[in-house]
Design a protein around this ligand. Structure first.
Ligand code: B3K
Ligand code: ZN
Length: 868
């Protein structure tokens, strides 16, 4: 259903401050099976001199009664259409009361108040509050909340909201009431309640100043043994934010609730974080190594929002990256401190280059701070989050740690309790550092991925290296020409395998590229250096730099920057894959052999050995022509086979040692790295010789943790014959069918099997007893993984993959528009492909023609078909 009549584009430039503010909100929820009555009392005052009418947001609410200053309103006093309640002629200060009925049991959008299995919970960001009751549902209206919850005591013994519990008492008919008060003024999007039959794991955290905070993780009884890792992660995050940013938690209680049906990862509601079970539960039987790290980082991310997002919030949704980009940067630094810094950086860069670059190159390209949207839910994107985090990282690089943390301190102090903009953030950084950041601000305005080309020439006679760096900012929809950006480019020079000293013991310089083109020279070099550029991936750009195979091999072997080493190995792999013959340069294989024999940590070895994802190969190809996913897959498999053969001895040793290890499972960085290396090695061996599938099968049955079990099962399912595939799939399901999160992995391993026949498997699995269209995790595991991570099957030549996705979108788009719209992403970039363009376009057109198209899907489809 349309949110608000016809889809309407909202522009950032049209921002107006609110006509009214709400000082305090009193809410009472009376929860019954099949209907919830919500009573609200808003203490409102006029903000500004006009005499505008009161316009409140409220979507599909059944009005029971409305009052102003105690006087009952009749039908002639208000108008309620298209999600807006308008009341003319209100005073400058008054009390508004509403009683409305809603039906959480029928809410499939998972936005507002809804029911997930046995519990009731809310999701308000961005605009879900208006599905619960009337309010000014915009982030720049901050109010204190007092919330009373009443429900059946047997079915809903646990009743939670934000802040502190004030009182609890029994009511008639076996019901009970709990009252909560949150003293911190907050926007409606941070409001939350939970009601249900939950169990709790409790612990405490003592803040730097000695305050004891109660920490509680609430889960369904079945999940009670899976909370320890999240609790440790929460405590570590609280400590880290004190130490790194001087930020101490501001209430006596912090709750996390785990919910099975959730549209995204988690939500930072003030002191009542609500999590997708997939981002909070952890146990070696049900969680992979990556899963453990994800729980740690999502717990941290939501906790860090308490300051970057909650205490200082966004003025309007165009400023979303103010809280999201900054918080992703904060959680990335936290994870880097908890694990291997270099490997974390490589993982993040790989993710950004694969997915955000593709977004930037497609029809949904938008700046970190968008200028317009139809549906804000469509803008929780890789650009706002991940590129936004890179922008904050660049600020840190340009300012240095001292000034950056001074800037952050100034920001948190100056804007505490306020709703502000990305410009306010940069202002604080500018003021604290004294650095002119006016040009830097273009990073917030300009969409698209800049390209930096590097040209280097060395003069033997004078020992001088001359370099020219040139930036190009390619056009994106709605932005044809763009002025140059302020780009930090970290650089080092290697001579004879050693980093050259620039003076003062410095081996790295950060060049600030501000013009379209800059020349620079380095003198006093005894011989031609190997240039190590964009170190640490110092800016989210594409780099064009011709470097010889010898240079790349040197970088892999001698550079002290993990990102540069990894990037060099990827570049060699890209060359090998693009060559298409499966023939590998001896230097490439030797370089990897030296890595495996060398002293790098195991996780780093695994990163250097792993071939680029097919998505990242596709992204590169899209720069110069059309993408042929089938050719990419075959070429990559040929290179994998050749690497497996070329490094057989080393890889065999790694796998044997891994399989012989008797260590008790721990999700430690060291063990995670070891396992990753074994998995990469075994994958290459399987690619080179199918007889290694016997080892994979053996590992599957011997595994003591989900990471090993899943890697082994995936190899058998993706590359084994039908008999072994069926054996492993059946065994896996029988053993883990009671664990939803593991069953989801079972779906993923089938939906990503790189063969056209996976289309039929996925279709059949939609009928499986364990599948449920209403559960986003299941839909993502089966449908989104298929469309987004199985190019070979998705792009089957008969078009059946496109139909499958189209059908799924048609089925879900009115019930859960957010999930449907997200799922569409792989099809929106149809113009990139050498095949299937017409079929994909036809699917999009058929979706566009639907009656009652949700505005989420409308916006994505409209942008995708835009130029037609
Ligand atoms: N702020 C939430 C995202 C809400 C998404 C709404 N469609 C989670 C996060 O980024 O922490
Ligand atoms: Zn966030």
């Amino acid at each position: 259903m349309m949110r608000d009549g016809a889809p309407k584009t909202i522009y950032r430039k049209d921002y107006l401050s609110p006509d009214f503010l709400i000082d305090s909100v009193e809410l009472a929820f009376d929860i019954f099976d099949g209907r919830t009555r919500v009573s609200s009392k808003l203490h409102i005052h006029r903000n500004g001199a006009n005499n505008a009418p009161l316009v409140l947001d409220g979507e599909a609410l059944e009005i029971v009664g409305l009052k102003i200053d105690g006087r009952e309103l009749d039908q002639t006093d208000f108008r309620y259409v298209h999600g807006k309640l308008t009341i003319m002629d209100v005073a400058d200060q008054f009390c508004f009361e509403a009683e409305v009925d809603i039906v959480p049991e029928e809410n499939t959008s998972l936005e507002g108040l809804y029911r997930s299995r046995t519990m009731y919970c809310t999701q308000c960001e961005a605009e879900g509050y208006r599905k619960i009751t009337f309010g000014l549902d915009r982030p720049d209206v901050l109010s204190t909340y007092t919330v009373s919850l009443t429900a059946d005591k047997a079915n809903c013994p646990v009743l939670l909201s934000n802040g502190n519990e004030v009182s609890r008492y029994d009511a008639e008919n076996g019901r009970h009431t709990v009252v909560w008060h949150d003293p911190h003024p907050k926007p409606s999007y941070l409001f939350a309640i939970v009601a249900g039959d939950l169990e709790v794991v409790s612990d405490t955290f003592t803040t730097l100043s000695g305050k004891v905070v109660d920490l509680r993780i609430w889960v369904e009884a079945k999940d009670i043994d899976y909370c320890a890792h999240a609790m440790r992660s929460l405590q570590a995050s609280m400590r880290w934010d004190e130490e790194r940013y001087g930020l101490e938690y501001d209430l006596d209680l912090f709750n996390i609730v785990a919910v099975d049906d959730f549209n995204m990862g988690a939500m930072e509601n003030k002191s009542l974080n609500i999590f997708n079970t997939s981002c909070v539960l952890a146990h070696p039987d049900i969680t992979t190594d990556l899963g453990y790290q994800r729980v740690e980082s999502v717990v941290a991310h939501e906790y860090f929002h308490n300051f970057s997002g909650n205490r200082v919030t966004c003025r309007d949704w165009f400023q979303l990256s103010l809280k999201e980009g900054f918080t992703v940067y904060r959680d990335a630094e936290f994870s880097a401190d908890m694990n291997s810094r270099g490997v974390k950086r490589i993982e993040d860069v790989a993710f950004l280059r694969t997915h955000q670059f593709a977004e930037d190159a497609g029809p949904m390209a938008h700046p970190v701070r968008p200028d317009s949207f139809i549906e804000i839910s469509n803008f929780y994107t890789m650009t706002v989050y991940e590129k936004g985090a890179e922008v904050v990282r660049m600020l840190n690089t340009l300012l240095g740690d001292d000034a950056f943390y001074r800037g952050a301190k100034l920001y948190f102090e100056r804007f505490d309790g306020m709703a502000v903009t990305c410009d306010d953030f940069v202002d604080a950084m500018q003021e604290a550092s004294g650095k002119d950041l006016s040009q830097f601000r273009r990073w917030y305005e300009q969409a698209g991925t800049p390209i930096i080309s590097v040209d280097a020439t060395f003069n033997e006679a004078s020992g001088q290296l001359d370099m020219t760096l040139t930036q190009r900012n390619p056009p994106t929809p709605g932005q044809d020409s763009k002025p140059p950006l302020h780009i930090p480019v970290a650089l080092s020079l290697l001579v004879d395998g050693k980093h050259h000293e620039f003076g003062g013991g410095q081996t790295e310089q950060v060049l600030e590229l501000t013009n379209e083109s800059e020349r620079l020279s380095f003198t006093g070099l005894s011989k031609a250096p190997v240039v190590s550029v964009l170190r640490g991936f110092s800016a989210p750009v594409r780099l064009e730099f011709e470097q010889s195979q010898d240079d790349l091999v040197s970088l892999i072997g001698f550079d002290d920057d993990p990102y540069v080493r990894w990037d060099a190995s990827q570049r060699l792999a890209f060359e090998a894959i693009d060559d298409g013959t499966g023939h590998l340069a001896a230097d490439y294989v030797d370089a990897l052999r030296r890595v495996l024999d060398g002293s790098s940590e195991a996780a780093m070895k695994s990163q250097l050995l792993a071939l680029p994802t097919e998505a990242s190969i596709a992204d590169r190809h899209a720069q110069v022509g059309l993408v042929d996913v089938h050719a990419i897959h075959s070429a990559k498999m040929r290179v994998a086979a050749a690497l497996g053969t070329g490094l057989r001895e080393e890889l065999t040793d790694i796998v044997s040692a891994g399989m012989a290890s008797a260590e008790v499972y721990a999700p430690s960085a060291a063990q995670i790295g070891q396992r990753a290396l074994v998995h990469t090695a075994l994958s290459l061996l399987v690619a080179s010789d199918a007889s290694w599938l016997a080892t994979a099968r053996e590992l599957y049955f011997a595994a003591t943790n989900l990471s090993d079990r899943l890697c082994a099962a995936r190899l058998v399912v993706h590359h084994g014959d039908e008999v072994h595939r069926a054996e492993v799939l059946q065994h896996f399901f029988d053993r883990w069918k009671s664990e939803n999160l593991v069953v989801n992995q079972w779906f993923v391993m089938q939906s990503t099997r790189p063969a056209p026949s996976a289309v039929q498997d996925v279709m059949a699995l939609t009928e499986h007893e364990a599948f449920d269209w209403r559960n986003p995790n299941k839909v993502r595991s089966l449908i989104s993984s298929f469309a987004g991570a199985n190019p070979v099957a998705f792009h089957s030549s008969d078009g059946s993959g496109y139909t499958l996705l189209g059908d799924a979108v048609r089925r879900l788009q009115s019930g859960n528009p957010q999930i449907a719209s997200r799922m569409l992403a792989p099809m929106t970039r149809f113009r990139r492909y050498a095949h299937g363009q017409d079929q994909m376009r036809a699917e999009l057109e058929s979706i566009a023609a639907l009656k009652n198209l949700s505005q989420d899907v409308f916006e994505v489809v409209q942008r995708s078909l835009g130029d037609d």
